[in-house]
Write a protein that binds this ligand. Sequence first.
Ligand code: S3P
Length: 183
Amino acid sequence: MNSADGLPKNIVLIGLMGSGKSTVGRKLQTMLGYPMIDTDHLIEEKTGMTIAEIFAQKGEQAFREMESAVLQELSAPGTPRRIIATGGGIVGRRSNRKALSKLGYVVWLQAPVDVILQRTSRNRDRPLLQIADPRSKIEQLLIERSPLYHEIADLELETSGLETEEIACGILESARYHFAAKA
Ligand code: S3P
């Protein structure tokens, strides 16, 4: 599973909506030179629909099925190394958590509720937050999901006050240390 440079096959980014998974993933992609996959984008490509359209027309459960299916595909043996950014709710299913753990080095990106609220209010592509009180929803999701993120995280990173590059460098250093210590 590990490459010659001591890094695991994949780096997997988990965390709430707006925690910086895509931004950090793109920086890691630039630094490492291997591709970034985003589970939400894969689902959109496959269905030809946006996440918002899937939620509106097929419902959240259908979306969760698609999410699990995409994760299974990413888990197929013989795939190249990647950065994998995941949808915030992917940890809800036990089978998904197991699959994520197996995929590689799992990093939980954390950000304060205010920051998440500010980032997610910029667009309307997150159906779970298109409600009167998105702050309460974010707080509720944080309470529900924190134990699930924690369960599978190899690294938990509070990102507030850090530049994207600092976060990415921290992840790379920790990943190397983690796997060197295991070798
Ligand atoms: C969701 C997070 C979203 C997307 C969908 C549901 C969630 O992804 O998968 O809107 O349940 O938290 P991001 O975390 O990339 O915004």
